[in-house]
Design a protein around this ligand. Structure first.
Ligand SMILES: [Zn+2]
Length: 373
């Protein structure tokens, strides 16, 4: 991924190309930041891991960003670490931003989940359903930070699964965004409109990198979600969902796009560029659908009469943490209607038989294993 807006190769944090990102790896990256970034301990997780907030800048616009409240969603954290290094560079742009904005960044809100590579915290709670109950220390720190620091914009950073596509097209939703609802009626008060305008700006920039690859997330209101809560409290809040890029399960390209999106958002807010955007642009970003599977095996009826024509086998790749790295394991195939799904990879048994590529049923398994590699 080449980013023309800045020298991405130079600022890209080294050594974090894999999906598994431990709290120690995050510490290694942040340890190399200059004194422009100030570290503050927010408190300790359920398993007593420290949770830090990093602040940067002196400007009046206050931007709060947190990532990895779901421990197995590291792509936005990696892009966020890249952004921290970008802001650590002494350039004309960073000097201007420093005078216009102050950032407060929590790279990993759920370090226990990051360590174990799970969505949940160590008590088994989804922190993004704990905004009202606030039963967990991690939730309490974030809400306390929000209440005391009073940000002007919030960025809630996540990963989404490979199932998502943009609109009705077989194009992966490599990046998705949402200005969460602020009430049951999903009305658009002024502050929510501002979140939409910033997303419109990000979308415009991203189109030159991933044409048609930007989706809009469902805005069903759930006050238990942190983003919905902050939006309800009147602060423009933006949800990022980093998604699939073709043939890139480590999400190296998506991570670069996260960094670019954050850069664009900061630029847009610092220089008040978003005010020129129309919320109709945001509303015209296609909504995400869920019709992708990782591997789609077509025409299985050619192998056995237990399947009929028109059916296909859908295989999902499931992540497993093995010795500090993520491995991808195929799920048990699910029988689906062939026309109802798209595969990131597709294998048609009928076609293979016609081309004499497939001699026996046993060959199917080896073909599927090859597709996974
Ligand atoms: Zn998430």
């Amino acid at each position: 991924m080449k980013i023309k807006e800045f020298n991405y190769a130079k600022i890209k944090a080294p050594g974090i190309d894999q999906r598994y990102l431990s709290p120690e790896q995050i510490d290694q990256v942040t340890a190399s930041l200059s004194v422009l970034w100030q570290k503050k301990l927010l408190g300790y997780s359920v398993e007593q891991r420290p949770i830090y907030a990093w602040s940067w800048g002196e400007g009046p616009q206050k931007l709060l960003m947190w990532s990895q409240m779901h421990g197995n969603e590291s792509t936005t954290t990696r892009g966020l670490l890249d952004l921290m290094r970008l802001l650590d560079e002494d350039t004309e742009w960073t000097r201007q931003i420093k005078a216009l904005c102050t950032l407060c960044v929590v790279p990993v809100l759920n370090p226990d989940g990051a360590h174990a590579y799970t969505r949940f915290n160590a008590a088994g709670i989804d922190l993004n359903r704990d905004a009202q109950a606030q039963t967990q220390p991690e939730s309490q720190y974030l809400i306390a930070l929000f209440n005391s620091w009073k940000p002007d914009f919030c960025f809630n950073l996540h990963d989404q699964r490979t199932i998502y596509h943009v609109g009705d097209h077989p194009v992966p939703a490599t990046m998705s965004f949402l200005a969460p609802a602020a009430d049951d009626q999903r009305s658009i008060p002024e502050h929510r409109a501002r979140a939409m305008q910033v997303i419109s700006d990000i979308n415009e920039w991203l189109q030159s990198y991933i044409p048609e690859g930007v989706g809009r997330y469902d805005d069903a209101y759930n006050i238990n979600c942190v983003g919905d809560t902050f939006q309800t409290l009147g602060t423009p809040t933006i949800l990022f969902e980093a998604g699939h890029f073709p043939d890139d399960y480590s999400r190296i390209n998506t991570r670069a796009l996260v960094c670019l999106s954050l850069y664009t958002a900061i630029n847009s807010i610092a220089f008040d560029l978003y005010v020129y955007q129309d919320i109709d642009q945001y509303l015209s970003v296609p909504q995400n659908g869920k019709r992708f599977v990782d591997i789609l095996v077509k025409s299985p009826y050619r192998l056995s009469s237990i399947w009929r024509q028109g059916q296909a086998l859908a295989i999902t790749l499931e992540e497993k943490l093995v010795n500090g790295a993520i491995q991808w394991w195929p799920s048990i195939p699910e029988v689906v209607e062939e026309n109802a799904f798209w595969g990131h990879k597709t294998y048609d048994i009928a076609l293979a038989q016609e081309q004499l590529l497939l001699q026996s049923k046993e060959d199917v398994w080896s073909v599927i294993q090859n597709l996974i590699k």
